[in-house]
Write a protein that binds this ligand. Structure first.
Ligand code: MG
Length: 184
């Protein structure tokens, strides 16, 4: 039986779309030291936690989209990545009271092609699969949304999903995000 109240909630979530930010992880939230997969390897980018808090306070949904070919390479597991993301959210909550709304990671790498991760081929940036999957499951307002990444492959993935991409070359992420928000 359909619950009319749930029906209404569903309708509301469909019509009220939110501006959203897609963040690459390594090189944007934490220093990219290569194949980061455990909490002891997380060295936060200056201003990263504050940037997430600012975006959440401004009403943005905040997502992480990260290539994790280390899984296909057998360097670490999906469980380790998921544990790490949960830990990162705990740290974000502790510092600013805000956290990432959802994470997507692509375990795939073309040089380590096997059956297990074949379905994630289109999730590996520069393909837009991770962004499109989030857009399908969350009420994302494409026109008011943007991505921040530190590589051209991030920007290409954003463009392929019809999202504006901003290239972050290091420095303070809060300053970078403030400048983007001021320009919009
Ligand atoms: Mg990166």
């Amino acid at each position: 039986m359909i619950d009319p109240k749930l029906g209404n909630l569903f309708m509301m979530s469909k019509v009220s779309k939110s501006p959203s930010v897609f963040l690459d992880r390594d090189g944007v939230l934490n220093k990219d030291i290569g194949y980061v997969h455990k909490p002891s390897q997380i060295n936060w980018i200056p201003g990263a936690k504050e940037a997430v808090a600012l975006l959440k306070n401004q009403g943005y949904l905040v997502f992480v989209v990260t290539n994790q070919s280390g899984i296909a390479r057998g360097l670490y597991t999906e469980d380790e990545v998921e544990y790490l993301h949960a830990w990162m959210n705990t740290e974000l909550l502790k510092s600013g009271g805000s956290s990432i709304d959802d994470f997507r990671y692509s375990p795939y790498h073309p040089a380590f092609e096997n059956e297990t991760y074949a379905n994630f081929k289109n999730w590996r940036k520069p393909a837009p699969g991770m962004i499109l999957d989030i857009i399908e499951k969350w009420p994302v307002d494409n026109l008011k949304s943007f991505l921040i990444g530190d590589r051209q492959s991030d920007i290409k993935a954003a463009e392929a999903a019809n999202i504006t991409g901003f290239l972050f070359n290091g420095g303070d992420l809060l300053t970078f995000v403030e400048a983007i928000l001021a320009s919009r």
